[in-house]
Ligand binder design. Structure first.
Ligand SMILES: [Zn+2]
Length: 427
């Protein structure tokens, strides 16, 4: 008999172990192993299989740990594929004004809107932004997020965009959550260049993109392609410039009007097209053909009470990899909760529980080019996983607005363990 191997962490007896691996084909589509176990060594998934095999194959030494997940669900860590993590200030006044029926133009007229966040972010120091970002990351980790994509875009000047990206770099080096950085200098035109678009375009293409690339502060270049923001032509120029400097393209596409953003995403071979409320039939076809991932953001539709939703079912049926993300930002989706997005994906976009789990794991990994490293429980991948205190996977989006995360394991280490209410009674 082969000798047993020592590992660092074993999670065993999982009621449902969702591997999301394409090598486990079964009915749920989630690569599920009932009564499953995972063995972790040196921060990586070492083995996945049936709990009954564990004691025959592995042993734990003095520093190793074991988690009994009996009656619980074990799955890959959640991946938030679209956030605007770094900003200062908040816009609860605007939230109240919108409830009372004010339009975005009226809100802007009263000093609100995106430019108020730009002002607040420009006036914040590196340390202030770092501490705001850290608290947001902590909240996300407790909700089960182990990797996220984060965009700059509230600086809109060389100095302030660099400041935001450097804050992200410092967070990336210190926080347990992995951060995939995106340059979004083309978020909107700053107020000093609203009458001189060409000048800001020059600044983006000739100064900001080269410097961001030179200092290796971003992996992706994103643009808000919309009638009121960057035109199709401007968006293309920016994304092509990003590509010349090694930044992979992403696009905020077709959110408020049908603008050909999805078609452009396919044309420039973008990794993802995001939002897509008004995506055209042609756009969906081209995304499927060029394997552009879709990142849908139900939080923004919900928070802004938008009636128009992206055609998620159609995209799934056409074979587009659909992911869901929070779009965390102070104007249109002020939340760190990816589990809430899963419930909204079901109720608003008519995705089924299996699909919203794929959308926040393996598909989200694909939307940021990380599918070989994270997003499923395959031997060799990074050991990012969750133990959820729920009886089955459908229960996760079903019982919404509460926390089901019991453990978060990041690179093989226990990063979070839920502390329990002590249940003291009245004396
Ligand atoms: Zn966004």
């Amino acid at each position: 008999m082969a000798s047993k191997i020592s590992v660092d962490l074993i999670i065993k007896n999982a009621g449902e172990l969702l591997t999301l691996s394409s090598s486990f084909k079964e009915d749920s589509g989630l690569g599920m192993i009932q009564d499953g176990a995972v063995a972790i060594k040196e921060g990586r998934i070492f083995w996945v299989g049936k709990a009954g095999e564990v004691s025959k194959k592995f042993f734990l030494d003095r520093d190793s740990r074991e988690i009994d997940a009996a009656g619980k669900v074990v799955m890959p860590g959640l991946i938030d594929a679209h956030t605007h993590l770094i900003f200062a200030g908040s816009r609860e006044n605007e939230f109240e004004q919108r409830i009372q029926g004010l339009s975005y133009q009226e809100i802007e007229g009263r000093g609100g809107g995106i430019l108020s966040t730009v002002e607040a972010t420009r006036h914040s120091s590196f340390d202030e932004l770092f501490s705001l970002g850290k608290r947001r990351l902590d909240r996300m980790l407790c909700k089960g997020v182990t990797t996220l994509e984060a965009k700059s875009g509230y600086g809109l000047s060389l100095r302030d965009e660099m400041k935001i990206l450097k804050v992200m770099k410092a967070l990336r080096e210190s926080h347990l959550i992995d951060i995939v950085p995106t340059f979004l200098g083309a978020h909107t035109f700053p107020k000093e260049f609203r009458e001189n678009r060409a000048h800001y375009m020059g600044l983006l293409i000739e100064e900001m993109i080269p410097q961001v690339a030179q200092e290796r502060l971003a992996e992706f270049c994103d643009v808000f392609c919309e009638e009121k923001a960057f035109t199709l032509e401007e968006s293309k120029k920016i994304l092509e410039a990003g590509k010349r400097y090694g930044l992979k393209p992403k696009i905020h596409a077709d959110q408020l009007s049908p603008g050909g953003g999805a078609e452009l995403a396919a044309e420039v071979n973008a990794c993802s097209a995001d939002h897509l409320e008004y995506v055209s039939q042609e756009g969906i076809n081209k995304m499927a053909e060029k394997r552009v991932a879709a990142v849908l953001l139900p939080g923004a539709s919900f928070f802004l009470s938008m009636k128009r939703y992206p055609p998620a079912r159609e995209m799934i049926e056409r074979g587009v990899a659909v992911s869901l993300a929070t779009d965390l930002n102070p104007g249109s989706s002020m939340t760190e909760s990816l589990p809430m997005m899963m419930t909204m994906g079901c109720t608003m976009f008519k995705m089924i529980p299996r699909e919203v789990i794929q959308a926040t794991t393996i598909h989200a990994a694909r939307s940021m080019g990380r599918e070989k490293e994270i997003g499923s429980l395959d031997a060799g991948k990074q050991a990012d996983l969750l133990v959820l205190d729920i009886p089955n996977y459908r229960y996760l989006p079903y019982h919404f607005g509460v926390d089901h995360v019991e453990y978060v394991i990041k690179k093989g280490e226990i990063a979070y363990h839920r502390s329990y209410f002590l249940g003291r009674e009245r004396s």
